[in-house]
Structures are given as C-alpha cells and as structure tokens.
Design a protein around this ligand. Structure first.
Ligand code: ATP
Ligand code: MG
Length: 158
C-alpha cells in the first residue's frame, strides 16, 4: 500500500536508536517534503533492517551513521552511510550475492550468513528499484537503494 516514506523511515531509525550503543551517533538528513511510495511495508522494513544492522555491525569503532533521502527522476534514493571498516573496491558488487562475506580475514567473530544484502536486493528489485554500495576501506560505506515515488500533492501547490 501507499506509505509516507519519510515517516516510515523515521520510525525504523527510531527503533534502532533506542537500542544502539552510545559510541554510535545517528544523523538524519531527511527532507520535510513528503515522498509517497507503494510498498510492501514488511519487506522494505526488512531491507532497511538488513542495511542498518550492517552499518552497526561493521563499525567497530562507532562513529556516525547518516540516514538520507534524496530523489533522482521519479525515484527516491535512500541511503545509509557509516564510518566503519569499509569494503574493498574489487568486491563491492559481490556483497549483494548470496553467502558472500568480505570478512574472512577480518578475524572478528561477527555472526551472519551473508544473506542480508542478497535478500535486500531481491526485495528492492521486486519493488522496481535498484541497490548498490560505495565504500572506502577504513573510511566507511554507503548503501543506496531506489524506489519509485509520488510526490505529496499538497506540496505541488506550496
Ligand atoms: P547476515 O546479514 O546474513 O547476517 P552478513 O552481514 O555477513 O550476514 P550481508 O549483510 O549480506 O551478510 O553482507 C555481506 C558482506 O558485505 C558482509 O559479510 C560484509 O563483509 C560486507 N558488508 C556489508 N555491509 C557492510 C558495511 N556497512 N560495512 C562494511 N562491510 C559491509
Ligand atoms: Mg548483514
């Protein structure tokens, strides 16, 4: 069904904010202008859960996690940026493959199966969007995804 994505995203971030460690700071860069998306809420919640969980799990030193919404043509661009370990350039596209994990050599006993982003990709693509990541090793990672949107009708008149 149709959802006000700004509110929906805010709620999900609130839930993570309640349980996060104090060494992580959340920054929200979410416009006031409302974007409406026609989504399966449970599935897009899962997408965000998988992406945000990664940003916390792969940020051993804490730092900032920044949440954004932008637009490109008729799509919203949702992003989550962290200041964690980063991902090597040559494997940045592989992280969306089933069971792929970068951190074999990273010696941390981080749990996981390597399915989180593969599931996220499947769900985003089913909604007509796409998903990708940009990263610098040792600096951090941003995961982006798009969804088709409609602008708030009231905003067109203001
Ligand atoms: P699961 O999500 O199934 O618990 P996972 O986190 O290992 O396990 P994915 O979420 O699919 O699996 O991520 C795949 C791999 O991509 C991770 O193992 C990790 O190496 C890398 N990765 C994903 N997100 C980040 C991030 N924000 N920073 C650094 N590396 C990341
Ligand atoms: Mg994961």
């Amino acid at each position: 069904g149709w959802v006000n994505f700004n509110k929906f995203y805010d709620h999900i971030i609130d839930r993570f904010e309640m349980t996060k460690n104090d060494d992580i700071t959340f920054v929200r860069d979410i416009p006031n202008e409302n974007y409406y998306v026609d989504i399966d809420e449970d599935k897009i919640t899962q997408v965000l859960y998988n992406i945000i969980s990664n940003s916390l799990k792969y940020s051993p030193e804490g730092g900032q996690v920044t949440f954004r919404i932008g637009t490109i043509e008729s799509f919203i661009v949702v992003s989550v940026s962290d200041q964690g370990v980063g991902i090597p350039k040559n494997v940045i596209d592989k992280i969306f493959d089933r069971f792929y994990r970068v951190d074999k050599a990273r010696s941390r006993n981080l749990g996981g199966t390597g399915l989180g982003l593969a599931i996220a990709k499947e769900m985003v693509v089913a909604h007509g969007g796409r998903i990708w990541a940009e990263s610098m090793e040792g600096k951090g990672t941003t995961v982006f995804f798009t969804l088709p949107y409609e602008q708030d009708e009231e905003d067109e008149w203001s």
